[in-house]
Design a protein around this ligand. Structure first.
Ligand code: DGL
Length: 249
């Protein structure tokens, strides 16, 4: 079984990709719904929440754990990898993919939570790739709140995105990196309303990375079809309807 962690329902966008890449694996999805959104928490609090979830998932028998949350990754991944010796896979934001495909040297908009954008880890990633200073950063914390309320489109979301994007001359941009798993729910909405922008997320690359890691460690399962269960802040979910609705989105 593979444990998947996010502060809320954002990580389900990555879970869907991983279930597609690894159809025989069983997954245990942990949403820290008592504490979402992490944007307004301190790094110490976030570290504590993430460690609690990781220990829970490991105790339930997970052979590997995926941190399907950029915010948690940027705050806690080094700490966790130092302390625990089981495989912990982290979501990779698609910044490199944006650079690799950025013909014409257009500007790149990196959207994430304020915690991610402030973090040394994210800053180091950008500095290692952005030699020509093409990246602009934009925090979009409200998208996390909209997603948690199941508001995926409509005038309120459009007004918010228009206001935020209007801080930039969009004609100069091509890729919008969605560096928060909650933002993936808005990919189609962004494409439809801001046609010159191409939104990209790190889900496919991360799912591939999980596959490669399990393969290398000889931990892949290849028999019957996998199962899926959900946890909310340490308790097994009985009414799974909300989770399945998000997965089907
Ligand atoms: N889904 C999380 C991420 O990828 C963030 C959400 C939060 O603010 O709790 O960054």
């Amino acid at each position: 079984m593979i444990g998947v962690f996010d502060s809320g329902i954002g990580g389900l966008t990555l879970l869907k990709e991983m279930m597609h890449t690894l159809p025989n694996e069983s997954f245990l999805y942990y949403a820290d719904t008592e504490n979402v959104p992490y944007s307004y928490k301190t790094t110490e609090q976030i570290k504590e929440f993430v460690e609690k979830a990781v220990v829970f998932l490991r105790t339930e028998g997970c052979k590997a754990i995926v941190i399907a949350c950029n915010t948690a990754t940027n705050v806690a991944i080094e700490y966790l990898r130092e302390k625990y010796d089981f495989p912990i896979i982290a979501i990779q934001p698609a910044v490199k993919v944006a650079f690799d495909n950025n013909s014409g040297n257009k500007r790149i908009l990196a959207c994430a939570t304020p915690v991610t954008l402030r973090s040394d880890r994210f800053e180091n990633l950008i500095n290692s790739l952005d030699i020509n200073h093409l990246i602009d950063k934009l925090p979009l914390p409200k998208l996390v709140e909209y997603a948690e309320k199941e508001i995926f489109d409509g005038p309120e979301v459009l007004k918010y995105l228009k206001e935020e994007f209007s801080k930039f001359d969009l004609e100069k941009f091509k890729f919008v990196v969605l560096g928060c798993t909650h933002f993936t729910y808005y990919e189609d909405f962004i494409r439809a309303n801001f046609p010159n922008l191409i939104p990209i997320d790190g889900n496919e690359g991360t799912a591939r990375h999980l596959y490669n890691t399990l393969f290398t460690l000889n931990l892949l399962k290849s028999d019957e079809k996998g199962t899926l269960k959900f946890i909310e802040s340490g308790k097994y979910v009985v009414d799974e309807g909300r989770f399945w609705r998000y997965l089907e989105k």
